[in-house]
Design a protein around this ligand. Sequence first.
Ligand code: NDP
Length: 280
Amino acid sequence: MSTRFSGKVVLVTGSSNGIGRATAILFAQEGAKVTITGRNAQRLEETKQEILKAGILEDHVLAIVTDLATEEGQDELINKTIKKFGKLDILVNNAGAAFNDAEAKTGVDQNVSIYDKIMQINLRSVVTLTQKAKKYLVEAKGEIVNVSSIAAGPQAYPALPYYAMSKSALDQYTRSAAIDLIQHGVRVNSVSPGAVATGFRQAMGMPAETYEKYTQFLQSHKECIPYGSIGQPIDIAHIIAFLGDRKLSSYIIGQTIVADGGSTLVMGMQAHNMMDILKS
Ligand code: NDP
């Protein structure tokens, strides 16, 4: 078992599912003490059990069921982490969500209440949790890794404009926070995943079979995912661990690493072979 994170304390938000779960397990497997969190107690317990199954001491895991969208929830995360582990080295701002309009409106008609909910969890909670964690990260000369999305652009995303906007704003926050905090020895970076197989769409209310159909479509259309398959949470977890590992990524400041199977590199026009078009 690798021990590259031994002695480090890592807080991974949104670790009751998906990318956050894979990330928490990876950090724990590589020696870190981890705080895992989400609102769903049962799924959070599943994450904890997976960590314990990997042979990690129970004392290295702190599970906190709380709503990250509230400042009380964020205070609880920081205070309990410091109380149990005495410090914080790496903050992974991973929790995030998109919501559907009750009337399934998209584009500029999407209800503004959706805007508020999305900004609250995807952006505001990152801003305030970072403020609350700053003192400890400065003490530890630690790292922040934010989880953004290729939805941030520059391509448009009319199906979920507020979600895309929350991630574009997060990217600017990553850059600005990185320059502000590097003077204190704290590095801030982010990862921008493309489509990854997680609970994200189910959390939006998409039934499992519809999600399966959607995934199949993306995978079989090279203008959607040139790589030919959807990403797995561990693919993103490895990048988060890389950005959290000062030995490997110390000179990367305020950047986002895109991991999307090539999705953002293709325009529809270029996804098709020109010679085939000319022959048809
Ligand atoms: P999941 O739905 O699988 O996981 C989301 C996590 O966020 C869950 O653990 C959920 O916990 C937590 N969360 C959401 N809202 C709250 C809240 N109010 N309080 C506490 N925890 C909350 O999705 P992913 O793993 O895919 O999402 C992780 C990140 O990756 C997000 O920021 C997302 O935007 C980003 N992303 C995902 C992509 C994908 O294709 N899957 C693509 C690009 C980016 P719980 O439900 O227990 O509260």
